[in-house]
Design a binder for this molecule. Sequence first.
Ligand SMILES: Cc1cc2nc3c(=O)[nH]c(=O)nc-3n(C[C@H](O)[C@H](O)[C@H](O)COP(=O)(O)O)c2cc1C
Length: 180
Amino acid sequence: MKNFLDLVKKRHSIRKYKPDPVPREMIEKCLEAARHAPTACNKQSWKFHIVEGELKNRLVEVSLGGVFVPNKWASTVPVIAVIAMNLDLIIHRVGGKVSGVDYHMVDAGIAGEHFVLQATELGLGTCWIGWFNKKAVKKLLDIPAGWDVPAMIGLGFPDEEPIDKNRRHISEISDFKADD
Ligand SMILES: Cc1cc2nc3c(=O)[nH]c(=O)nc-3n(C[C@H](O)[C@H](O)[C@H](O)COP(=O)(O)O)c2cc1C
């Protein structure tokens, strides 16, 4: 990988993992990347719950069954990072109401992707998980009321070749505007 764009293009969602555990130092490096993400008003209101071992199996069981079963692939993933966001902050409660912007969602997305790109650089596979039983996750991990869980991220050593997904052309997703 020569530059940032190469790293970005190397990242793909991985849905099959080797059973090997992920060394703690690697996970900590991903957290370090997440920690440096920008946040609205620098509130840094995230908590990354790193779930491994038997508790991870239980997490998959309670949060990815029933209608969430398409995500059963997560039973092979050794680590799930559960992103929790503190909503009991003025910026999120009042600021968001005034502006209409969901700051905690934006903050979670940026930090989560920092985490994911660092994992990619380390040769780890990841997959965002947005289709899960949030209530069950909060109950299992004892995440208090006043906190939201916008997403989870699977993390481990890949056991499949990534699929290069289509991307829309730059001209379709951008629009340059100016007065003159
Ligand atoms: C917010 C978000 C939620 C997602 N939720 C899921 C999910 O629940 N299950 C899944 O298998 N993939 C999920 N994905 C992965 C997307 O399907 C994937 O990023 C997309 O198809 C593009 O493929 P790529 O990541 O390999 O480039 C999610 C991605 C994002 C950003």
